[in-house]
Design a binder for this molecule. Structure first.
Ligand SMILES: [Zn+2]
Length: 56
């Protein structure tokens, strides 16, 4: 009985972390930065534009 409750709590905790991670990821992809040099969307992982090398 107690074990079942712990399993449920664990499942909820893991599920919550997964949902928040996915939400953060989707929000990041929904609003990409735009390069001032060439105007293309640059992912946040890049410090410089892969197209023209300009710092974003
Ligand atoms: Zn660029």
């Amino acid at each position: 009985m107690v074990r079942d409750l712990l399993d449920v709590l664990l499942a909820v905790a893991v599920g919550g972390m997964f949902v928040s991670a996915v939400t953060r990821l989707r929000r990041g992809q929904a609003r990409p930065r735009l390069c001032a040099g060439c105007g293309r969307a640059v992912a946040r992982v890049y410090a410089t534009c892969p197209g023209c090398g300009r710092t974003v």
